[in-house]
Design a binder for this molecule. Structure first.
Ligand SMILES: [Zn+2]
Length: 105
């Protein structure tokens, strides 16, 4: 399992503000296998429909929603964006954190 952070992408200010509102994530918070399991268990526990791709790979942007991508904002700060193991176990994933595509449509 590759753990390194993917390439840096520059994002616009509106997106930066959204990231700023989220807690700062650390590389150690991410694990694709554990996140997939956590999300499957969450769906079973709550009887929720399975929205996210089972592999975690977004069918729109081809990025893995459970893998952290590093985004560099115009303010020079970098943000790790992706779904952590903790998040996958606590809420239903309904969209891609990278391209913001909703899986519910
Ligand atoms: Zn996507």
């Amino acid at each position: 399992m590759k753990k390194e952070v993917k390439k840096t992408t520059t994002v616009n200010l509106k997106t930066i503000l959204k990231y700023k509102a989220m807690e700062k994530k650390k590389k150690e918070d991410f694990n694709v296998g554990k996140a997939v399991t956590a999300q499957n268990e969450y769906q079973k526990r709550t009887g929720s429909p399975a929205f996210p791709p089972s592999s975690g790979v977004c069918w729109v942007c081809r990025k893995n929603i459970y893998v952290p991508y590093e985004y560099k904002g115009a303010n020079g700060e970098t943000y790790l964006v992706g779904i952590t193991v903790k998040e996958a176990g606590e809420r239903l994933i309904t969209g891609c954190p990278h391209c913001n595509r909703s899986y519910c449509d």
